[in-house]
Design a protein around this ligand. Sequence first.
Ligand code: PGA
Length: 244
Amino acid sequence: MAPPSILVQRDYDDLSHAGADFVASIVAARPDATVLVATGETPMGLYAELALRQKAGTFDGSRLRVFQLDEYAGIADQDRRSLYGWTLRAFVDPLRIPHERVVRLPSRSDIPGGCAAYDRSVADAGGIDLAILGIGVNGHVGFNEPPSDRWTTTREVELTPETIRANTRYWGQEERIVRRGVTVGMTTLISARRVLLVASGTGKRDIVRRAMLGPVSAEVPASLLREADDVTLLVDRLAWNGMA
Ligand code: PGA
């Protein structure tokens, strides 16, 4: 366990390029790496940059093995809010990764059984080489809402009001608000060989500081990532010191 490396970029574009360089260097060393892939707005520029490089033939992510990070509970595949669907659109399909190489989380039937099967798949794959994660304004990673301790496994959770509010950014004010999620547990995230945590904009500044500089605590689940072997925080200036 080493202190996190902190990479501060000028703006969101630079963050996305630096994130793509980071992922590309891992994939160059290990083309069939196991990668946990977050949805959310922050990593979208990074994924778009990887997609451009894939198209240009300067990067090949097609052999990656992808693990889904989180999902809403009770959502059908065709629902536009499916996080599995978002993962396919943003990462898997642009990088031409066959869908058989994606390990999904359960969202509808037998969630406990599906979560246990997911954790077995992580173990069978030899663990996660790279976890690409965002951070919620309440300090969550995936849907590990506060408090989530370091021993949490993949499971169904109740979403906090902050997360439900933040998620209306993606889907608008839905009539039927989804209040429960399924998430990879902190124990898998902390065990990842590399963790890339991305954050952008002033709205994330306070929580980024608490996660990186405050006490390591289940109350700020992202702070527990400091117990991982190799963590890189990739932020723009706004998310680090509030200065453009
Ligand atoms: P965001 O989401 O990247 O859309 O800000 C981060 C998160 O809630 O984990």
